[in-house]
Ligand binder design. Structure first.
Ligand code: SAM
Ligand code: SF4
Length: 318
């Protein structure tokens, strides 16, 4: 369906859980998140009921994220059920890749089309530091497993962190020369846990183009994507830069978000949320509630007002 600014809303991002097997410094508190009450979290059955309504309203692309989507039990069956819905064109996932080696084949069989894997460094000690304990080799094995399973084209998401990984930009870009995968650099967002962290470590994405001067701009077929794409002269994959802070892509925004607690978020950069769990339980007309909500989607975000959002990224899913 179209929102009140004429944007076709066809993309739903679902945060399956706010829990994670890593503790990235810019995303999660070191001690992890408080365990939510069981009754506060949507069951996958309830989530599926909501997905059916979203699909009736014109959602045809779904991304599963988190927290870490692969720590949610039942994720493979959930994908299978969604992929059987009429109208679904694409199911994707954003994962840290740690469990991907075990899941890649099953995910593909269940109907997952492709995958984005988050990786901020290729150095095992730095990986351990930024994720507070993660094992780089598990992620590299996960990437290989995703490739073998055909969860392609693979996109690697790299958050640019000042004083941490800007020296690795050429090495990350080189992955697109050697492999048919895209590497996308994301500016650090001042969200929740990262609000203080980001003010010290933010570096603009223009740093990528300064570091690798031979990158040439290429057309992006997906107009609603927040990424601007470039390529090495002999690159197999593309290099994306995503500037959620310094550029706006609101006018092409086609997405809404659902949290694991059943909150509909119409804009990543807004604290506004619409509860869908209670009306679902009370058998209210959930289709009307969702379509009214989509009609009230904000025209654009206003991060420059410094009204940073309070939820952590692990609750929203990026
Ligand atoms: N756990 C999965 C993962 O890491 O891919 C999915 C959830 S994670 C919240 C989704 C994406 O958000 C990741 O690529 C992560 O790097 C990014 N992210 C988290 N906090 C961020 C922040 N403060 N600024 C920019 N990106 C962030
Ligand atoms: Fe977990 Fe992803 Fe957040 Fe890292 S970015 S703590 S992997 S949810």
């Amino acid at each position: 369906m179209k929102d009140s600014f004429g944007r076709e809303i066809n993309y739903l991002r679902i945060s399956l859980t706010d829990r994670c097997n890593l503790r990235c410094e810019y995303c999660m508190p070191e001690k992890g998140v408080d365990k939510l009450q069981h009754e506060d979290i949507l069951t996958l059955e309830d989530m599926f009921e909501l997905v059916k309504v979203f699909v009736e309203l014109g959602i045809n692309k779904i991304r599963l994220t988190g927290g870490e989507p692969l720590v949610r039990l039942g994720v493979v069956d959930f994908i299978s059920k969604i992929s059987n819905l009429n109208g679904i064109k694409e199911i994707t996932m954003t994962t840290n890749g740690v469990l991907l080696k075990d899941y890649a084949q099953e995910l593909k069989k269940a109907g997952l089309n492709r995958i984005n894997i988050s990786l901020d460094t290729l150095d095992k000690d730095k990986y351990k530091e930024i994720t507070r304990g993660g094992d780089l080799y598990k992620v590299l094995d996960g990437i290989e497993a995703a490739r073998e399973a055909g969860l392609t084209p693979i996109k690697i998401n790299t958050v640019l962190i000042g004083g941490f990984n800007e020296d690795e930009i050429p090495k990350m870009v080189n992955l697109t020369r050697e492999h048919n995968m895209d590497v996308r650099f994301i500016e650090l967002m001042p969200i929740g846990e990262a609000a203080a962290f980001a003010s010290h470590k933010f570096i603009p994405n223009s740093k990528v183009l300064e570091s690798v001067k031979v990158l040439k701009r290429v057309e992006n077929e997906d107009k609603s994507s927040p990424a601007t794409y470039f390529k090495l002269p002999d690159g197999k994959g593309k290099v994306g830069i995503i500037n959620p802070i310094s550029c706006k892509f609101c006018s092409n925004c086609n997405r809404v978000r659902l949290t694991s607690t059943g909150k509909l978020k119409l804009c990543l950069h807004s604290n506004r949320e619409i509860d869908l769990r209670k009306p679902l339980k009370n058998k209210e007309d959930i289709k009307t509630i969702i379509s009214d909500a989509i009609l009230s989607k904000e025209e654009e975000h206003h991060l420059e007002d410094k009204k940073y959002i309070t939820r952590n990224m692990n609750q929203i899913g990026g």
